[in-house]
Design a protein around this ligand. Structure first.
Ligand code: GAL
Length: 803
């Protein structure tokens, strides 16, 4: 049995009943590739000998494996990691019995300028590093004992081509799709819900069917909707379909009674199953997600979901996964969303490019609203070798593919046709925005279009195009209030806000003096902290942005402001404003690169969730007599009392629109204790003690049970504590990791923007008391033991079961 036949056997089966042979298969095609970092034109030749190449599984990002160096062509803004050219090859077989089938290869994303060959035949290229694309392999396949060779050349050598870290390689999943000649086209369904009430929902579906070999006869198209429990709730069949054309579009309508609506709180999902039959035989089976919901943007009242007003509480994120680089991992994405959910976030902006499809699957399931963004630039460049070079030839195709791929996701609510597009300052902005909005509307008229405007004024030429349904503000919070006057009857969204800066666990006083950092990473460093830290009191922001509190205070006050997307949820690689080298990752995140929250996380949590919050900071290790500002974020209480070594320092209450309370006191070592009270009754207490010298390591795994699938991850937080269990706030001990069992170390990090250590090493320095080890399950079950050691510290272990 050939390798592929084996894969086909274990592959995904879309059929309902077990007796039927699977008619469509989507086979995970990420295992067992070979890789060369370098260029070799002969590698496209199937006879090429690649035995010396490295063997690996995709998704893969070669940049993240490299060493930081400011001289790399990506520059510091691009994350100071290497680019270059790489080749990937995969050898596989196809059974003789499959000669009647069609085979497609689907790439979810390759950064960048990919070119693909099958058995030496050139299939094509895709300059866009974030777009998903497909090639038809069928005409070039060999069957039986003969091997097929897929070769992919990835060219990320011309840099800078990105304002942030891009990663390099086949960094997203790859699928082999096998169908019958009569099948549902790629992205071949479009499901909408034109009428929704609590009693009933009308579901409209348009299905594109391909008849690749002009098969004669009549076909029946069944569409069924299943609820979350797998129960059929609607069915429609269209019979006697001729399918004489190569592409036939069939429109159907169904009704779902008493629909369970999709919301951010209860993301009820349905599944649409399309089944094509010929004379009682199933020829295709295809699934489409469905969420039934209504939403509305109103010029006065802002956003509402299923008739209920709500604010869009969003974050912008780049696609990198910190220490894992750009290489997609579903668990890593899920963890990011869990961390965001913990802060109260209900929306994600995929800044500034099409995301991995799995991110949208997770947002569908977990209940996040998505602003799905197409481009960071159009025809005018932002970096010398960026997508503007491909714009003329590719933008239509890329935008169409993007909309078709994503338009069935219930989580997607807003299309963004661009971020801070330079054409907004010239007449071209109007023409291009009109063209792009036309492309989007033709493919999906159910969602509003916006663009992140950094000149959100009525004369902006993108706004002037009339193509925007929502006026997208990047920053300019000073103009939020007067929006109804400046843009009468228009609808508002803050596509990007804040750009505050912070290093986790670092505090500069006085906390109430706000610094608009006048420097950018790409200008010479003349001011700031010697160690390139930035204060985490929410008292530093870029001049074009604001502190977290400044924007949120405005946003919460005015109903016409439908919502916001903070720049950013997580720190990301590249763009290390306000410093430059050796800083190599951003300071913008509410959460650091390793996934550890900075203090403002709890300000949002106190405002955006119902969870009782009392967050006290900073740490309690200062110079005797030094004046220290103590802050508390709290909710569900009307006051907080602070005690130092048992002595009250007074009760504080938030006044007016305050989002925190503050005490200023001379430092004395000991115990700082805060108590929040509602109507005199204690709600929560928090204590911070002066830590002694570092004495031990403690490991906390976010998950101790993993699937033996070669992908699953456990994120292990490493804490450096003193003898009494207090976190040592400035501990930077070097921690070594050792794994026994069937897991690997996928990455290490500490969230420090200036760390030049490798993410792929088996050791990491703690930063401000913390670091992170990411364990990855292999494909064998068993017990895994992670041991962390550090000179002079009591070591620690954690056990993880791989099943
Ligand atoms: C915005 C831009 C983002 C990021 C941010 C940093 O202008 O849209 O991509 O660069 O600034 O503050």
């Amino acid at each position: 049995m050939g390798a592929l036949a084996l894969l086909l056997f274990i592959g995904f089966t879309a059929c309902k009943s077990a007796e039927e042979a699977p008619v469509r298969q989507r086979i995970d095609f990420t295992r067992n590739w070979t890789f060369l970092l370098g260029d070799n034109a002969k590698a496209k030749d199937p006879a090429f000998d690649d035995r010396q190449w490295r063997k690996l599984h995709l998704p893969h990002d070669w940049s993240i494996e490299g060493q930081f160096d400011q001289k790399h062509p990506a520059g510091v803004g691009g994350g100071a990691l290497p680019g270059g050219i790489g080749w990937y090859r995969k050898t596989f077989r196809v059974e003789e019995a499959d000669k009647s089938k069609l085979f497609f290869i689907d790439f979810d994303g390759v950064y960048t300028n990919s070119e693909v060959w099958i058995n030496g035949h050139y299939l094509g290229k895709r300059p866009n590093g974030y777009i998903s694309f497909r090639y038809d392999l069928t005409p070039h396949l060999r069957y039986g004992q003969q091997s097929n060779v897929l070769a992919v050349r990835v060219d990320n050598s011309q840099q800078p081509n990105s304002r942030w870290y891009s990663g390099s390689g086949i960094y997203r999943n790859v699928w082999l799709v096998k169908t019958n000649p009569v099948h549902v086209a790629q992205y071949g369904t479009f499901v909408t819900t034109p009428q929704v009430s609590r009693e009933s929902a009308k579901v409209r579906i348009s299905t594109s069917l391909v008849n690749a070999r002009q098969q004669k006869g009549e076909f029946t198209l069944h569409t069924r909707i299943y609820d979350q429990h797998g129960k059929e709730v609607a069915h429609v069949a269209t019979e006697e379909l001729g399918l004489s054309d190569s592409l036939t579009e069939v429109k159907q309508e169904l009704t779902v009674a008493n629909p369970k609506l999709w919301s951010t709180q209860e993301p009820h999902l349905y599944k649409v199953v399309t089944r094509v039959e010929q004379a009682g035989t199933v020829v295709d089976n295809y699934e489409t997600p469905l969420g039934i919901r209504t939403f509305h943007f109103d010029a006065q009242k802002g956003f509402s979901l299923n008739g209920t007003p709500m604010k869009i509480l969003g974050v912008c994120n780049h696609h990198d996964l910190g220490a894992l680089g750009a290489a997609i991992n579903v668990r890593a994405l899920e963890r990011q969303l869990e961390i965001m959910r913990g802060m109260g976030v209900n929306a994600i902006r995929t800044s500034h490019n099409p995301p991995a499809p799995e991110l949208l699957d997770l947002c569908d399931k977990m209940g996040f609203i998505v602003m799905d963004e197409a481009f960071d630039m159009w025809k005018k460049e932002k970096s010398k070798f960026d997508y503007s070079l491909a714009w003329d030839q590719w933008h239509r195709r890329d935008l169409e593919d993007f909309i078709k791929r994503d338009r069935n996701h219930p989580s997607v609510f807003i299309w963004s046709i661009g971020n801070e597009i330079p054409e907004q300052w010239g007449p071209e902005g109007k023409a291009i925005a009109t063209e792009l909005a036309g492309i989007v509307k033709k493919l999906d008229a159910t969602r509003p279009i916006t663009a992140g405007l950094n000149e959100p004024y009525p004369h902006n030429s993108i706004y002037q195009s009339g193509g925007l349904d929502l006026v997208g503000f990047n920053y300019h919070h000073q103009d939020f209030e007067k929006f109804p006057q400046s843009f009468p009857n228009q609808k508002f969204i803050a596509t990007e806000t804040t750009s505050a800066l912070a290093t986790r666990g670092h505090y500069d006083m006085p906390s109430d003096s706000i610094r608009r950092w006048p420097y950018r990473w790409d200008l010479p460093f003349t001011q700031g902290n010697e160690d390139l830290t930035v204060s985490a009191y929410d008292n530093v922001s870029t001049p074009w942005g604001s502190t977290h509190e400044e924007t949120w205070k405005l946003m919460k006050k005015h109903p016409h402001l439908s919502g916001m997307f903070i720049w950013t949820g997580f720190d990301y690689l590249g763009e290390p404003t306000p410093y430059g080298w050796p800083a190599r990752s951003s300071y913008f995140g509410v959460v650091d690169l390793a996934g550890f929250p900075k203090d403002t996380y709890y300000m949002y949590q106190s405002e955006w969730t119902d969870k009782p919050v009392l967050h006290l900071f900073p740490h309690w290790n200062w110079q005797p007599g030094q004046t220290v500002d103590v802050w508390a974020y709290y909710n569900r209480a009307d006051e907080v009392e602070l005690f130092l070594n048992g002595k009250s320092l007074g009760i504080k209450k938030k006044q007016g629109d305050d989002l925190h309370v503050q005490w200023r006191l001379p430092f004395q070592p000991g115990t700082l204790r805060a108590v929040s009270r509602a109507n005199g009754k204690e709600v929560l207490t928090r204590e911070i003690r002066t830590a002694g010298v570092a004495a031990k390591i403690v490991l906390e795994a976010d998950r101790t049970q993993l699937s033996a699938d070669g992908r699953d991850l456990s994120f292990v937080t490493v804490k450096i504590l003193d003898q009494d269990g207090n976190l040592v706030p400035r501990a930077n001990n070097l921690v070594h990791f050792k794994i026994d069992g069937n897991a690997t170390l996928a990455g290490v990090d500490n969230g420090h923007q200036t760390s030049l250590e490798s993410f792929k090493a088996n050791h990491r320095r703690a930063f401000n008391g913390l670091c992170l080890a990411i364990l990855q399950a292999q494909e064998k079950a068993g017990t895994v033991k992670l041991t962390a050691t550090s000179e002079g510290l009591q070591p620690a272990t954690v056990m993880v079961q791989v099943k």
